[in-house]
Design a protein around this ligand. Structure first.
Ligand SMILES: [Fe+2]
Length: 128
């Protein structure tokens, strides 16, 4: 497992198909929320163990705003479409949340955008 988004959360890639379809196993820390970020791809995140506080955002009037927040438990999932509708953050509740995340593209090759909601600044970084 490698560090995810430079924080306490971790991930490993289980499979990447020739067309880019990519399956990730991720462990979202309860110690800190991931930064608000995107992946440049649609995705499906399904909790396999633990609980996750999932937050989804959208850009409105040039600003990133919270669209909804959802608590995910074992077996429940969220989906998000392609950019620019793929902005989210996650955090384990009480303990780490383990999830299978399926992406439509090979997200290990796509730069991510990290949004600072307080300053409005956007940082772009490669996943590794
Ligand atoms: Fe993500």
């Amino acid at each position: 497992m490698q560090s995810l988004h430079g924080g306490d959360s971790t991930f490993t890639i289980l499979q990447t198909d020739d067309d880019g379809l990519t399956l990730m196993l991720a462990k979202f820390s309860a110690l800190e929320e991931t930064p608000v970020h995107d992946h440049g791809s649609w995705g499906i995140a399904c909790v396999v163990r633990g609980r996750d506080r999932y937050r989804h955002y959208r850009i409105e009037g040039g600003k990133v705003r919270l669209l909804y927040e959802k608590e995910l438990t074992q077996g429940s999932f969220v989906t998000w479409p392609d950019p620019p509708h793929d902005i989210h953050s996650q955090q384990g509740i009480g303990d780490a949340a383990w999830e299978l995340v399926l992406f439509g593209k090979d997200v290990t090759e796509i730069p991510r955008h990290y949004h600072d909601l307080e300053t409005g600044k956007v940082r772009t970084a490669l996943p590794r």
